[in-house]
Design a protein around this ligand. Structure first.
Ligand SMILES: O=P(O)(O)OC[C@H]1O[C@](O)(COP(=O)(O)O)[C@@H](O)[C@@H]1O
Ligand SMILES: [Mg+2]
Ligand SMILES: [Mg+2]
Length: 330
């Protein structure tokens, strides 16, 4: 792995996340440590959720919870468990003023008067894969609030465009568990070492290849894709690219981040605005992609330039290797 360049964090692979966070903070002159602690709180909650995922089958916590979320999707037990774990850890941590969660219709105001951060979170991504032991994830975006700390959280604090994220990342619960994040100074990945209970720096200054030979789309809805998307998929097939679709956004994204490729969830007849949610799925992965040299659009414009109108709004999503997304977005 190349030596970290210019303002990137220089730490040997093998360092733990905590040490990296401290080092990262030094790069921010006016840092007060609150964002650092917030990232630690997320990483900690991720360890707890990781343990619950690993033993879900044993503890009988797989299956449906018996209620629907605001999107009308059936909540899985682990969706609800993960949502509780992250909300609780962030509340206790005291660094977050409010949360937007996929599993909650409204903003969760944590009444942490002194806190200046807002978090948007998909506690468990890839819910359809929970019970079948396929990789799943958690996705998060962090913003600084606009209204002064201590005052009630306003809509303007939470409905901010992706370009205003101060940090973003995901946790991948796969064959190994990884914590991947950015604070706007490159992307770094940490692999969880359960016997130590530590996240260890394993992927430093991650770069997404500019091109790839993998396309990732649910072709089951192919007939209702618009002609441009169909044309791009045909181009991929003409070129002999491989089709890979895990059905867990975080896992499909992570593969393309490492190997190159494109993930597309376009608008369809069933989902005219696509399926994925701008605030807690697309913005975070867009920031990671761009920080790693990739790109993310809704097929027309840069995802992070989209001004959000509602907490759970959906957008078509094209993300991955820069040249592939450029071509697919034409
Ligand atoms: O089954 P489909 O329509 O292809 O959708 C799969 C997509 O939906 C998601 O499961 C949506 O995320 P949630 O599981 O968090 O609701 C993505 O992870 C995945 O890429
Ligand atoms: Mg999701
Ligand atoms: Mg989810």
């Amino acid at each position: 792995m190349g030596k970290a360049e210019n303002s990137r964090i220089a730490l040997p692979v093998g360092s733990n996340l905590d040490r990296f966070i401290n080092k990262n903070q030094e790069a921010f002159k006016y840092a007060t440590g609150e964002l650092s602690q917030l990232i630690r709180d997320l990483a900690y909650a991720g360890k707890v959720v990781n343990r619950e995922i690993n033993r879900a089958g044993l503890a009988g916590i797989t299956g449906a919870y018996g209620s629907e979320n605001v999107q009308g999707e059936e909540q899985q037990n682990l969706d609800v468990a993960a949502n509780i774990r992250f909300t609780r850890a962030l509340k206790k941590g005291g660094e977050v003023a409010a949360i937007i969660s996929e599993e909650d219709e409204d903003i969760i105001d944590l009444n942490n008067p002194r806190s200046k951060y807002i978090i948007a979170i998909d506690p468990l991504d890839g819910s359809s894969n929970i019970d079948v032991n396929v990789s799943i994830g958690t996705i998060f975006s962090i913003y600084r609030r606009i209204s002064p700390a201590g005052s009630p959280v306003q809509e303007e604090d939470v409905l901010q465009a992706g370009k205003h994220q101060v940090a973003a990342g995901y946790i991948l619960y796969g064959s190994s568990t990884m914590f991947v994040y950015t604070t706007g100074k490159g992307v770094n990945g940490f692999t969880y070492e359960p016997s130590l209970g530590e996240y260890i720096l394993s992927h430093q200054n991650m770069k997404m290849p500019k091109d790839g030979k993998v396309y990732s789309v649910n072709e089951g809805s192919y007939r209702s894709f618009d002609d441009d998307v169909k044309a791009y998929i045909e181009t991929c097939k003409d070129r002999g690219y491989s089709a890979r679709y895990i059905g867990s956004l975080v896992a499909d994204f992570h593969r393309n981040l490492l190997k190159g490729g494109i993930y597309i969830y376009p608008s369809t007849e069933k989902a005219p605005n696509g399926k994925l949610r701008l605030m807690y799925e697309c913005n975070a992965l867009a920031m990671i992609a761009e920080q790693a040299g990739g790109l993310a659009t809704d097929g027309k414009q840069r995802i992070m330039d989209i001004e959000p109108e509602s907490l759970h709004q959906r957008v078509p999503f094209f993300v991955g290797s820069k040249h592939m997304v450029e071509e697919a977005s034409k």
